[in-house]
Structure formats: C-alpha cells, structure tokens
Design a protein around this ligand. Structure first.
Ligand code: NAD
Length: 284
C-alpha cells in the first residue's frame, strides 16, 4: 500500500545507531519505534522520569508487536537511557525532539554539533520552526534536516522529510533511507509553514470548529466526514491532537487569526482533549 514518493534514499549503509534527544510524547515513541526496528537507540532527556516513562511505553509496544518475549527483551535492551548524551558520537542519525522552542533547540545544537560523526545527520522533529532559523549558528548548517513524525508514531506511516535548497543532498538521502529503514513512508517537503500535512489539516480543523460555533453538533460533523471517507472526523481529530496544539497550528498558519469560540472556551477551562480526559468529547 505504501508507495515511495520519489527519494528512496537507496545505496546507504543501514543506520545502526540513532540518538534521540527529548523523551517526551514524540521523542520517546520515535526511540521505541527505532529500537523495535532493530537499531541501537540512545535516549536522552534532561528529565530522568520522562526517559523512564518512555521505556515503559516502549516495552508495551515491544510486547504488542513482538510476540516472542525474548525478542521484546532484546528490543528493550537496544533502547538505552542516556542522560549525558554519550551516544551522540556513535550515532548515524541524531534526532532532536525537545520542546518547540527556537532558542532551546539552537542551544542544544551548539552542544551536539562538535560531537557528531562527520557522516551523521542532525534531524529535528519540529512541527513549526523553519530549518533556516534553526540552523543559524551551526558550522555545518547543510546537514540539518527535518524528520517530522506524526502522533502516534507507531500508528502513523507518513514521515515528512524537510529540506531547503541549501540542505546537503547526502543528508537528504540518508534521511530518506533511514525513514524507509524503519518502515515508514518518507515524504519530501520544503521548509514552509505547516510543511504539507499540517498546512492542509489546519484549515480543515478550523472550518469544522466554525461549524460548531454556528450550532452544528460535533457528532454530526464527525459522522458526516467519516461517511465522506475520512478515517476519523475533524472534531475527534482535534481531541486526539490536543486543543492547544490545534490552536498553535491554527494561529501559525493563519497569521494569528482569532480562533473559534468553541476552542477558546475549552482551552480556558484546561480541556485539551484526550490527554486531559475532556475536549469536545469526554474521554474518561
Ligand atoms: P514533550 O513536551 O512531550 O517532550 C519534550 C521533552 O524534551 C521533555 O521530556 C523535556 O524534558 C525534554 N527537553 C526539553 N529541553 C531539553 C533539553 N535541552 N535537553 C534534553 N531534553 C530536553 O514534547 P513533544 O510533544 O514530544 O514535542 C517534541 C517536538 O516534536 C516538538 O518540536 C514538537 O513540535 C514536535 N512534534 C510534536 C507532535 C505532537 O503531536 N506532540 C507531533 C509532531 C511533532
């Protein structure tokens, strides 16, 4: 079912070691997925508890996907907690998945870059920051690429590989080969707001919420769009993505237009969707 979008990235030696910085929702699950696919993964975070939580989720993934207990244990052994970043000099691919903050990411890159293998790529999982801004201050800016996974990592086959005209073609090829190696579908995109998927999804979700503001029920909108052929309705999708994340994406892609009332009122109550147990629907 999955067809390559054009840059297969063949001809690379397989990626053996991935280092992931940021063990949150995304980084923890990216690390787990890479370990599941046979790579050695070092997982770094400034918060030890985030690493421990990621290891717990990873073990659940391994036992679900690998029926043999020994294989599940072997995958767990490949996922190595690494508070100090000892894995960086050994990694073919270093993935940054820390919080969405430009200065924090730039600061981290300053610390990582001198330790990188000469043939390694530095990849960011950013959803909204441009490669042009992020790579400021790097001595080899051409090897920063975007490798943008979607949430939940284990269920979403598509991964956007973000490049600019200045990105090293070898870095782009390695990024595509890596994404293919972990069984995902790499989509080449330019470093433009929302890349491709979020640029299309954000107006769709905003229009659905405007329908809510005009009095249509969430169940009706979701039933209509699933009957139309979408796997999940837009309101359920917003609850899944998180209302705060939907607002940030909406603002970013509309030049800070005001957001629908139904969204703002729920945000002011702290109702962020599935993750807090309540958004447009109740999830408990
Ligand atoms: P998160 O808040 O769940 O996790 C971020 C982690 O980074 C935390 O565990 C934090 O302790 C750690 N961290 C922060 N600064 C650090 C530093 N300097 N060194 C080491 N660790 C540090 O965030 P998330 O939702 O996983 O998002 C991470 C990145 O992925 C962001 O760039 C976000 O835009 C992007 N993204 C998020 C989603 C999503 O649905 N959440 C989807 C795609 C992409």
């Amino acid at each position: 079912r999955l067809k390559a979008f054009g840059k297969a990235g063949k001809g690379h030696a397989p990626v053996a070691h991935v280092h992931v910085v940021g063990a949150g929702v995304m980084g923890g699950d990216i690390a787990a997925w890479c370990a599941l696919k046979g790579m050695t993964v070092t997982l770094q975070d400034q918060d030890r508890e985030r690493i421990a939580a990621a290891q717990g989720r990873a073990y659940a993934l391994f036992t679900r996907k690998l029926k043999d207990k020994r294989q599940a244990r072997a995958a767990s052994d490949r996922l190595i907690p690494d508070m100090q970043g000892h894995g960086i000099p050994h990694a073919n691919v270093v993935i940054e998945a820390i919080s969405e903050n430009l200065q924090a990411k730039q600061g981290l890159y300053q610390a990582i870059e001198p330790q990188l293998r000469p043939d390694a790529i530095l990849a960011t999982n950013t959803s909204s920051l441009s490669l042009e801004e992020l790579r400021t201050g790097l001595s080899r800016p051409e090897r920063l690429v975007g490798i943008h996974f979607f949430n939940p990592v284990a269920r979403m086959p598509l991964v956007e590989v973000v490049e600019t005209a200045q990105t090293d073609p070898a870095a782009i090829r390695l990024a595509h080969a890596f994404v293919g190696q972990i069984g995902k579908l790499p989509l080449p995109v330019q470093s433009t707001p929302g890349f491709l998927v979020n640029a299309v999804l954000a107006p769709y979700m905003l229009e659905a919420m405007r329908c809510l503001d005009q009095g249509t029920r969430p169940e009706t909108i979701d039933a209509a769009m699933t009957a139309f052929g979408m796997p999940m309705g837009p309101i359920e999708l917003i609850d899944t993505v998180g209302l705060d994340i939907a607002r940030d994406a909406g603002r970013q892609l509309t030049g800070n237009a005001s957001m629908p009332n139904c969204l703002e009122t729920r945000l002011s109550r702290g109702d962020l969707g599935r993750k807090t147990g309540r958004g447009f629907y109740v999830w408990k």
